[in-house]
Design a protein around this ligand. Structure first.
Ligand SMILES: [Zn+2]
Length: 340
């Protein structure tokens, strides 16, 4: 799982529970309490200095590995959703390619947390040299098999990847899943060329949908999300590693509207994330949350025609009027002047 060089912060020592992973200071500020998931309860601690939250207790890597395994998190082919939704995902990946090509010319790209490699396959088709990183041997095998792309395990990054090897590094909703984000950003800085582009998207813990949803916020997702970034927190983390921010996107068709929609349904009292679950492939519909599904699906169908347009309006308002998008995507370049 997301461990750099076998070092894991946050779970070894009981005291680590209170410690900010970014700055090492003690954090006693709890912003979300009793978020339930997979039979456990989690609190979100928040460091005012770093503007980053942390899920506590921190789930041990071995337990987290089980939650990411085949037929729990994804199917053997790497697919997670029904056919039509997978087609929409393909179109969204094409748009991501276009956004990246606005900022960078063609070259060598590394996608950390590449999943089955769909995005890298698209990039390769359009002339990019591609490489992926995944967490755990099982995920690496599945990703390599899906499109025949070179995918390495995250623990091998430091020994395998050269200094200044890549023109672009992407992490799409991945940084919140790693145990040590500081080390991950440091690795990005090391392996990126000077002037290279880093693209990171994460949920925004200071968004309107996060405040409204609280423990029921769709993108909170404990214990998978070990950290909870804000725009300010991620910006600071990147600037501390000699990156300069080029662009911040605060609205995203793929993540923001659905984040609002599922959060509204959760707050309406329907079994948590039932709609999201119903979009997934059958074998992946796990029993993450208890509760009846029959009536839940009935009410989901009744409420969807009202809540879907509402979710769209709320997403647009939070992103463009309040600048507090439910998820954010930051484009940053590695400074040519300063050492990484
Ligand atoms: Zn901190």
């Amino acid at each position: 799982m997301p461990i750099m060089d076998g070092r894991v912060t946050g779970h070894c020592n009981h005291d680590m529970k209170w410690t900010c992973t970014i700055c090492g200071n003690r954090v006693l500020n709890v912003i979300i309490k009793n978020a339930k998931s997979v039979g456990s309860q989690y609190d979100i601690y928040y460091c005012d200095q770093c503007m980053v939250g942390k899920t506590t207790p921190v789930i041990p890597p071995a337990d987290l590995a089980k939650l990411y395994s085949r037929e729990v998190y994804r199917s053997e082919t790497g697919k997670r959703f029904h056919g039509p939704i997978e087609k929409v995902i393909y179109i969204w990946r094409l748009h991501r390619k276009k956004r990246i090509e606005k900022h960078a010319g063609k070259g060598k790209i590394l996608d950390i947390g590449c999943g089955r490699g769909l995005f890298l396959d698209i990039m390769r088709t359009h002339g990019w040299t591609v490489m992926g990183v995944e967490f755990g041997q099982e995920a690496v095998e599945d990703a390599s098999n899906a499109y025949g792309i070179e995918v390495i395990e995250e623990t091998r990054m430091r020994s395998t990847l050269l200094d200044e090897e890549f023109d672009v590094i992407t992490m799409n909703h991945v940084l919140e899943h790693v145990y040590n984000p500081v080390e991950t950003i440091h690795e990005c800085s090391r392996t990126l060329k000077n002037g290279g582009l880093l693209v990171i998207s994460v949920p925004n813990i200071l968004s309107w949908q996060a405040s409204f949803g609280n423990r029921d916020w769709f993108h909170l997702d404990p214990p998978y999300h070990l950290h909870h970034f804000s725009e300010q927190g991620l910006t600071k983390l990147l600037q501390n590693h000699s990156f300069s921010i080029q662009e911040v996107r605060r609205f995203d068709w793929e993540y923001n509207i659905f984040g609002w929609l599922q959060t509204l349904l959760n707050r309406a009292g329907i079994r948590k994330n039932l709609f999201y679950d119903s979009l997934k492939m059958k074998i992946l519909r796990t029993k993450q949350f208890p509760g009846r599904t029959g009536w839940g699906l009935f009410w989901t169908v009744i409420l969807l025609p009202f809540m879907a347009p509402l979710a769209l309006m709320l997403s647009l308002a939070e992103s463009y009027l309040l600048n507090k998008g439910g998820t954010i995507e930051i484009y940053a370049t590695k400074s040519r002047d300063l050492p990484g």
